[in-house]
Design a binder for this molecule. Sequence first.
Ligand code: MTE
Ligand code: MO
Length: 365
Amino acid sequence: MASITQTFTDNPGKPATVDGVYSEQEVRLANRNSGIILETLRHDITPTGAHYLLTHFDVPQIDARTYRLSFGAGFEAPFDLSLDEIRALPQVTMPVTLECAGNGRARVSPRSHSMPWSVEAVGTSEWTGTPLAPLIERARPKGGTVDIVFTGADEGFDNGVRHFFGRSLSLERIAEMDVLLVHQMNGAPLLPQHGAPLRIIVPGWYGMASVKWLSRIEAVDTPYDGFQQVQTYRYRDHADDPGRPVTSIRVKSLMVPPGIPDWVTRLRYVEPGPVEIVGRAWAGKVPVAKVEFGVGDSWSDAKLAPAPGPYAWSRWSVTWQATPGEHLLRCRATDAEGNTQPLEQRWDASGFGNNAAHSVGVYVP
Ligand SMILES: Nc1nc2c(c(=O)[nH]1)N[C@H]1C(S)=C(S)[C@@H](COP(=O)(O)O)O[C@H]1N2
Ligand SMILES: [Mo]
């Protein structure tokens, strides 16, 4: 184990991937961050306090009264905006399903040291803010601009590299995507842990793109190479593979575990007879075409409700006739482009983009 000093000076890297019990460091990450409570999948909109949370460094404290967002370096017409000025711009409210790219990583073995998500790093909120694209036009990116860079106010070290959390999107992507500068979540000002006073929401992409505590926006004429853009959030086959960037959310579904749980294992006890099984399915910016419910190896189509918005998950439901015995209940969705969730995940080196079918173990007396 690296010493405190070494962590910041010698770039010791992360501990070697391991199998077996979690380290104290991983438990600490899991206590700072949190997943959705699966029973809240009954709601179209996740109750704010139950939305999953992923924060790499510390939550910065920003005074909303003096806050200013700058469109600075790389623009012909730089300017900055207060929160009141942002609120006075045209406002849009959109339900958007956000999912962490590392969702499911706890199942990778041997695993990569990071937040050990099981399946719960997903949620849907009504986000309110102003569209980004017109503001980029107003600031006029200089000729030769390739990327627009979004930098948060939170700073820390990862793998010995000191940096502010930052991500970029190309100009073309911004033109075709509904990126929002967001100051409200479910009708209330953003909570500190969700990016107060202002974040971006990049609908359809995994959560890392939706930079919280946004402090500045810049235009650059060479591809942005910030740590969170190139050193992580890439699908790699092995540690030295340059990989492909993680972008859109893959098709996926989850179910509300039926019956009542065992405290520690979360296995389920379900009375025999008809049981309504409900869940949610999403596929980034692509509609969900179908959800199947499986009992053992027998699959049937679930009923799928219309999504509350183009970037939000859909409710699915099915009635299951529970019979005595042990059962493995599963769900898998297919998107409108024909992609179906795999039953077994083919993992990349860091456990990104997992979309294996959700399974729940059930006992019926
Ligand atoms: N500034 C900043 N933005 C950030 C992060 C962060 O650590 N710092 N985490 C990202 C990741 S990995 C995810 S999954 C989402 C999580 O958003 P939430 O905590 O509001 O659910 O925020 C993204 N934006
Ligand atoms: Mo994430």
